[in-house]
Design a protein around this ligand. Sequence first.
Ligand SMILES: Cc1cc2nc3c(=O)[nH]c(=O)nc-3n(C[C@H](O)[C@H](O)[C@H](O)COP(=O)(O)OP(=O)(O)OC[C@H]3O[C@@H](n4cnc5c(N)ncnc54)[C@H](O)[C@@H]3O)c2cc1C
Length: 189
Amino acid sequence: MYDVAVIGAGPAGASAAIFLAKAGQKTLVIDNGRSVTRRALIKNHYGVMEITGPAMVDLGKEHAKMLGADVISAQVTNVTKSGDHFDLATDQDAYQASHVILATGLYTDLIEQIGVRTKPGTEPRIKTVVDATLEGKTSIEGIWAAGTVAGVSMHTIITAGDGAKVAVNLLSEIKGERYVDHDVFKSEQ
Ligand SMILES: Cc1cc2nc3c(=O)[nH]c(=O)nc-3n(C[C@H](O)[C@H](O)[C@H](O)COP(=O)(O)OP(=O)(O)OC[C@H]3O[C@@H](n4cnc5c(N)ncnc54)[C@H](O)[C@@H]3O)c2cc1C
């Protein structure tokens, strides 16, 4: 049983998983390897002069793993509520999680299948997005959405930031108070 299952390991999903795993949540990331970010050459991500899309996606997954997340390659085929948790079916194994974050990028087929409410997208070439609150909550309690599929501007700094935002909001709900993750640099002086 996982605390949180993140579907999608592009900038949004991996960033959410980094915050969740670092906060001690048992975190599962499931990705089917179809990130659009793999087609990008990124020169506008704060703090990074230039990075290829494949390098960014691989680094994101490694970072989440290093902090304790389980990252697996699979296609999620269904998500169903079962009492106080969700059952996730994939083309390989089945998993259980208390919370789910949808970070599926351009793909809304699974989302529409499981009955999460969607709406027309407003960003260029994005037809459909999840109808999520500003916090990232969807129409199904316990399922959240982040990144391109949640309708934010399609840039890595923004989708990654949105994944982090949604993770912080979910962590705040789990912990019952606003969550902050700050590590402090001690200068020598
Ligand atoms: C050609 C190109 C160039 C770009 N250049 C730039 C740039 O220079 N600068 C910039 O900031 N942005 C750029 N972008 C945009 C950037 O890649 C995206 O905005 C952003 O990274 C999308 O992040 P995401 O996590 O929302 O989606 P994605 O990175 O697409 O990740 C979604 C993940 O979910 C997975 N997934 C979906 N459904 C399932 C399922 N059912 N089961 C398992 N996994 C699933 C997908 O395989 C994918 O890995 C570019 C995009 C393209 C296409």
